[in-house]
Ligand binder design. Sequence first.
Ligand code: ZN
Length: 433
Amino acid sequence: MLTRRQFLVAMAGMGALGLAGCATNPVTGKNQLMLVGEDQEIRLDRQQSPVQFSADFGPVPDAALNAYVTQVGMALVRHCHRPHMPYSFRVVNAPYVNAYAFPGGSIAVSRGILARLESEDELAALLGHEIAHVSARHTAARISSGTVLQVLLGGAAAAVGAAQPRLQDLAGTVAGLGAGLLLAKYSRDDEREADALGMAYMTAAGYSPQGMVALMDMLRGLSRRDPGLVEVLFSSHPMSNERYADAQALMAQQYASAAHRPLRRERLLEATARLRAIQPALARLEEAQRALGQRQAAKAQALAQQALSFAPDDYAGLVLLARAQLMADEPAAALHTARRAQAVSPGEAQGSLTAGLAAVQLRRFEDAVREFTAVHQALPMTPSPLFLRGYSYEGMGRRAEAATDYRRYLAQVHQGEWAKHAQRRLLEWGYGR
Ligand SMILES: [Zn+2]
């Protein structure tokens, strides 16, 4: 297995040596520069997607809902240009409006977007669009053209930076773990192509193209009323009125006969009934997350508490409350809340991460080591837990273990306050460079 960094170095080397390959695009049939093979797309997906799913608080603990979305997704896959890819679908706990695809076919939709859909045809449009990004190899093409290489390198630094508070403020970490490394921003052309392919796939599967028009209408309405709410989605899928108009035009020109198919409302409403019932909680969690991003601890805490009064065992709600408590310098309360989150979703990394940070603040370093070990085991591809565990060992005076973790962290991260701290300690302790 290549690490992401080794992979990028290998890619850069191949480019420099002129070993770039050409491949036939599965959608256009044209040859294009393609440095990334299918096996690499799948490998990148397997390495990166778990980190993003965890940043979105993991899949919802609702087997029926995940199965429903999977069933709609797989019905579309049969009609796409790369049906052999290992597609998988899940609903993630994130309260904000979001949906995304990794290059091997791992696709997620957030609770925030799913609770706003009004028919299965809209869901098919959303999943069709994401399947289209995989079918047209948009991420692989962007890696090959060098644009994503930049984004990946810059994005890695940015994500690590965002997750890194100053050391004395370690417990203020609220950004979760570095995510979105492969969720490069698509170009407008990619978006247009994914919309058109998505409409083709959904109509081939028997859905009404009205679903795509309705989805675009819902999204543009949201972005007009509350731009912040859809910021996350639009950072990877640029959005405009133009896409709504394009969907209408395409439906009229190419799919007019399918436009009269009845929308399948009941099945979606039934499958998402529980989500809709906690819509007030989701809305407050979305606001709470935004408040945390703006370092408004008291506001975030109040919003998360309100959300939990509607949905007491909500994993995302508990993690957000624990982070707000950490930020408000209430580590004992934060640890208690994080433990509740862990009880709801054992093994999910964000609960352990937050518990570990609270334990550091309380100088309960042994507990912290245990939590960061759990985070590292859940997400071995992300370096932050190694630093945090090393820091906890350092707090216990166990230099040999601290040095081992610091070295493993430095093998992946070379910049930032955490890297500087690790380098400084290794030198002080006589481990050299
Ligand atoms: Zn898109």
